[in-house]
Structures are given as structure tokens and as C-alpha cells.
Design a protein around this ligand. Sequence first.
Ligand code: F3S
Length: 392
Amino acid sequence: MDLTTDEQALLESDNPAVRKSMELLVRLGDIYGAEEFVEIGSAQASGISYKSIGDPGVEFLEGFAAEGAEVQVQTFANPAGMDIDRWEEMGVDPEFAKQQRRIVGALREMGVTVSFTCTPYLAGNLPGPNEHIAWAESSAVSFANSVVGARTNREGGPSALAAAITGRTPKYGLHLAENRVPTHRIDVDVELQNQADFAALGSWAGRIVEDGRPYFAGVDGATTDELKALGAAMAATGAVAMHFVGGVTTDEEPPTDLETLEFGSAELEAEYGELNSTEDTDLIVFGCPHASVDEIGQVADRLDGESLDRDLWVCASGAVKSQADRMGYTETIEDAGGMVLSDTCNVVAPIEEMGYESTATDSAKAAAYLPGFGEQDVHFDDKLSLLEEAIE
Ligand code: F3S
């Protein structure tokens, strides 16, 4: 890679955290054929749940902070393993909580905004179009590239943190305009009726296109929440970091020579089958990716005056939850027996150690991850149907 004088100085810095970060990024750039660095506007650190990184991760982050690691750009943190304030109510083990709090302390010492959300774009970190960023949460990467028009690769936790500490990332992949084009065309020949349908489409598409960049034709409008569900699913069953929804996220026609796939009612129905392994659940979770205030409002509207026969978590960023609190949504949901949690989610919280064995969700990403990460059987359906099943 060609390094500027400033970048060479970072590589030779007396600060070991800066030096190690730059060494990692140069190696990464060499592997991917980057010729130069690009400065970034923001970063997003992942791998900060104690469940994911364990004691070695805690010690690494504390050691890195002690070596002088300090972020140079706005850096948001991905969800933690618990609601930082309500972990006892969640039923999290005190030893887990102690270790998670050490991670919070190390991040804060480095200057990371302890936002603990996978939807930074709903919580105060919204990049501009074509802004270069280094985000690590795959669903947020997809949203940033596809909906916002910012530019980021799917960073890992270490490379995103290194980018935050140096303020730059190697310029390759989706930082380059020539790579931000569709690789497949998917003709959607079925009406997508809710967020779960968009998630099912994404789940199906991700498995097929893997790390491609699909262009969806025939989608008749989509909300922000539907787009985040679509992108999150593709990033989970595949490694899709960017997609296009004709007439919604782009007005440009796709190239005419793309491999074309069809998604109709048979594929939609089959995908629901693929995502379901049980109908008998002891926990419902919404907010994967973290819920918007509108989603929380939909849940509150249905639960007003009702009572649930099983646990319910609605996961959101702290910023969105505080809006839900003010709207009275949190109180309505919690009066019905649910919880509105911030900072965490069903995948990175230790739900298997909290007695849950089967989870209901409207998220295809959660449905894909929960069997492995949370040892859960899964029931996948749209929000209102899942609530209907659980209202006493
Ligand atoms: Fe976010 Fe957790 Fe889902 S990090 S995208 S809520 S698995």
C-alpha cells in the first residue's frame, strides 16, 4: 500500500495500540489489494458481548485501552450481552454482568460511545451518502451501503476498532464505486405484506447469492423497518453487504446480463417452513435488528390492556427506548408482561443459560442464529401473529 507521511508515522507510533492497529490494517489492505487508505467518518465496534468474547476478549480490550487505544472518529458499540441497567430483571447471572461491565469500562476508556445497538442509524450515527465508514455489524453494514449510500466493507471486530483508532481503513471492496453494482437480479412475484415477509425474502436470497449484491425488482415499496429486516436476513444466511431495491433504494435499471432468480408465493411459503422448527415457545423476541419506535408502537398498540402467557422482549437502542418510554409504549408492553430492553438482543444475551429453550421471532436473522448461538428451537412469523398466539 502507498502510505502518506502521516500514515507512516502511525505505523511507527510510540503508542502500541496505534502501531498495532495500523499494522493490522496494512496487512488487511495487502491481502485485499488496496493501494491506499481512505479516511472514515465513523466506526462501529462489534464483538463486545461477554457471551461472544469471554474472558480473553475482556482482557484484550482492557489491555488495549491501557496501552493507549483511543478512537479518533465517532464509534458506536454493537449490542452487549445484557441491558446495562436492567440485567437483574432479565435474569442475567451476576458474574456475567461483572465481566460485561468490565467490557463497558474498557470501551468507555477508549472513547467508544457505549450505545450498544446494531441500528446506529436510528440512534444518532447516520452517515452521509458516499461517506466512508468502517462498521462491523453485518445488518448495519447492509443498511448503510444499501439504504443510506455510505461505503463500508463488512468489518470484523478487530479491523473496525483498528479503523476507529487510526481514523482510516484500506480502500478496497465496497469503498470503490466499481464494486457497488448488482450481481444478481431477483424478480419478486408475490406481495410482501409485512416485515417478516421481507425477512423471509432476505433469508432466501442470502443463501443463494452468498456474498453477491442482489437487485430486487417488483417490490412495491418498503418501509425503513422492512429494509432493515431484508438486509439483516441476507447478511445472516449469506454474506450480503449491499443490495438494491428497484424503485425504493435506487431508480437505476440493473445491467441486463445478470443471473435472474424468481421469488414467488411458493418460495415465500417454503422459506417460512425453513425458518420454523417449533410452534411451542417460551419467549417472544422483537427487535432484531434493534426496533424502531414505530415497531415498538405496533407492539404496544396490540398489547394495550392485554396479558401475555409467556415472556416477551422488545430490544432497542437506549435512544429509541427513551422515545418509547415517553410515548407510553414501554409501560403498555410491560403492563402486559413484556420487557422493553436496551443495549442487548436475544442472540448476544445468554438466553440458553436463563432457562429459555424455544424462541418466537419475526426476524429471519434471529431465526438463523438462535439454534446455534442460543441453543433455541425457533418459531418465525410476523409480529401480530406471534402476539395473537401469546395473548391470554
Ligand atoms: Fe442486532 Fe442482535 Fe439481531 S446484534 S441484528 S439484534 S442478532
